[in-house]
Design a protein around this ligand. Structure first.
Ligand code: NAP
Ligand code: G4F
Length: 342
């Protein structure tokens, strides 16, 4: 019988790539989707006709228990979150509820549905396995570079704090109940399906608009911030590998290479034959109340224990996204509409 996976955050970037990967591996894939008429569900269905949808919301404990009871998954991937860092200052309480408490609700749904009792540690074998989407934002103001699984956390946003809660809770359920519950501490990963508000996609869409004569300038915030950017299609494979491991452990996933936002801008404009200095305007209003200056992964453990390696370089990623956005906008597509996913 096919193994069954339940993915929260199915309408997001990672949900789509993970679902494709699991379908390719022969899984029966279910996606948890919220809302009465969520337009992102129809976008996802156009790309992933074989995914089955179950309704539920990370804010609603009962809906998660019902979803787990109905699907009876072998593996649960908790990717649902408010994931845009600036929004976490504007809606800090909602971020805590969805991105932080949502992890508790999902773990409780699994615990209740698999009959694990409080205080009674169960054997990890034969249980539903749980993946939590932890984030390099938990490292925040970094205490060492590169960052590994033992680096201390110093989150700099309500989002980073909520992720740290989810991370420690996942570890706690593993220790308290013997659950096969793991966290992937993923560094920034991008793709042509990235949300338009994140800096990589904002830049590649801006480049495409300028190249096609639809805009003349691109307003950005801090150009000096440095990130470790990889390709989302590579990173979802690491999520799956973590749940196939012999024992439940957490892993850092990234490329080990850092670039600044300025270097990202230079690469993207140059991929379209444009001079960025003619078009980019630095806007102080786009700076954050507390910035994460740099993030750089040490992915040695994932390489050694999971055999995981990234396959797409920074330059290839930027070129892929610029080309995709040029194609999308040339065809009259709208990145905010349903049809926009390549
Ligand atoms: P994304 O594109 O922003 O997707 C977020 C998903 O969360 C969407 O499917 C959204 O569904 C869902 N969601 C929001 N509120 C929800 C709620 N109340 N109940 C259920 N689902 C809800 O994010 P992503 O880039 O794919 O990232 C996936 C996960 O990895 C997130 O947890 C993110 O924080 C984490 N992460 C991402 C990165 C990265 O660089 N991409 C790095 C580290 C960690 P709707 O359609 O209903 O809004
Ligand atoms: O693309 P960003 O918005 O991503 P950020 O904040 O690093 O968070 C992403 O990666 C995390 C993993 O480390 C995830 F957990 C999280 O869910 C999300 O996927 O910003 C990257 C950098 C920041 O330093 C920001 O200040 O780019 C800088 N930046 C400069 N100008 C900008 C802009 N960011 C955005 N979004 N928009 C700008 O105009």
């Amino acid at each position: 019988m096919a193994r069954r996976a339940l993915i929260t955050g199915i309408t997001g970037q990672d949900g789509s790539y993970l679902a494709e990967h699991l379908l390719d591996q022969g899984y029966e894939v279910w996606g948890l989707a919220r809302g009465q008429a969520n337009p992102r569900v129809s976008r996802m269905r156009k790309l992933l006709a074989d995914v089955q949808v179950v309704r539920g919301d990370l804010l609603d404990q009962g809906s998660l228990i019902s979803a787990v009871e109905r699907v009876q998954p072998d593996e649960v991937y908790n990717l649902g979150a408010i994931s845009f860092v600036p929004m976490s200052w504007e809606q800090a309480e909602l971020t805590a509820e969805v991105t932080g408490m949502g992890v508790l609700r999902m773990l409780e749904a699994i615990r209740v549905c698999s009959g694990v009792s409080r205080g009674g540690a169960a054997s990890p074998s034969g249980q539903m396995r749980f993946y939590q989407a932890s984030s390099s934002e938990m490292f925040g103001q970094v205490t060492e570079t590169p960052q590994n699984e033992r680096t201390a956390f110093h989150p700099r946003s309500p989002y980073g704090v909520a992720k740290a809660y989810g991370h420690f809770l996942t570890q706690n359920y593993r220790e308290s109940y013997g659950m096969f519950a793991v966290s992937g501490i993923l560094f920034n990963h991008e793709s042509p399906r990235r949300g338009a508000e994140f800096v990589t996609r904002k830049v590649t869409l801006g480049v495409a608009r300028i190249k096609l004569g639809l805009a003349t300038e691109l307003r950005l915030g801090n150009l000096e911030a440095r990130r470790d950017w990889g390709f989302a299609g590579d990173y979802v494979k690491a999520m799956h590998l973590m749940l196939q491991a012999a024992s439940p452990e957490d892993y850092v996933i990234g490329t080990g290479r850092m670039k600044s936002v300025r270097e990202l801008v230079e690469a993207a404009f140059s991929a379209a034959g444009l001079d960025w200095e003619q078009h980019v305007v630095v806007d102080q209003a786009l700076h954050r109340p507390a910035e994460v200056d740099l993030l750089c992964a040490d992915p040695k453990k994932a390489r050694a224990q999971l055999g995981w390696e990234p396959s797409v370089s920074f330059d290839e990623l930027v070129a892929m996204m610029v080309e995709s956005d040029l194609r999308l906008l040339s065809a009259g597509g709208d990145p905010d509409q349903d049809s926009s996913w390549p």
